[in-house]
Design a protein around this ligand. Structure first.
Ligand SMILES: [Zn+2]
Length: 164
């Protein structure tokens, strides 16, 4: 069973408590270790702008704000062989699947819905209503956020993930 390191815990403490519950329960069940990298939790507008300037985000932090700036978003990144890796799709999928299983078991969602950056291109579902692992996943695999509407076109995300 994996556990969060000190830095991940510090970052987690600043996001919405449902994301905290989600993350702690997910790492207990996950077969892959993961953590919350430097910019994966709460961000200031300055941090957001820096990511935007580097091309890592489409939101500049001022005119277009990220959910990371209000504590409603969290990035969970696989931690493999001593470092964060953004390349392992299988690990990201496993983490997302586990996260949605956990989410569905939480008692009170407080009217919020879990969105996953891997489904930001969910319109690209194939004929069988499934995502193609190779090139059809959304671009932001580490990203989870809480919104007050369900994620478009992904009615039962957990089921969808189970079938990939
Ligand atoms: Zn994010």
């Amino acid at each position: 069973m994996y556990k969060f390191g000190k830095q991940s815990k510090v970052r987690l403490a600043k996001v919405h408590h449902l994301l905290q519950e989600l993350a702690y329960a997910t790492i207990k069940k996950s077969e892959y270790d993961f953590g919350i990298p430097n910019t994966g939790g709460l961000r200031t507008a300055e941090m957001q702008k820096e990511l935007y300037d580097k091309g890592y985000s489409k939101l500049d932090g001022y005119k277009k704000k990220s959910y990371h700036q209000t504590g409603l978003a969290l990035d969970m990144v696989p931690y493999i062989e001593g470092k964060y890796t953004w390349q392992n799709k299988t690990a990201f999928l496993h983490i997302a699947r586990t996260a949605f299983e956990v989410w569905n078991q939480l008692e009170n969602h407080q009217g919020l819905f879990l969105h996953w950056g891997g489904f930001w291109r969910a319109k690209d579902l194939n004929d069988n209503n499934l995502l193609d692992l190779d090139d059809k996943l959304g671009w932001d695999l580490p990203h989870f956020e809480l919104r007050n509407k369900a994620q478009a076109n992904a009615m039962d995300i957990a089921e969808l993930l189970a079938n990939i």
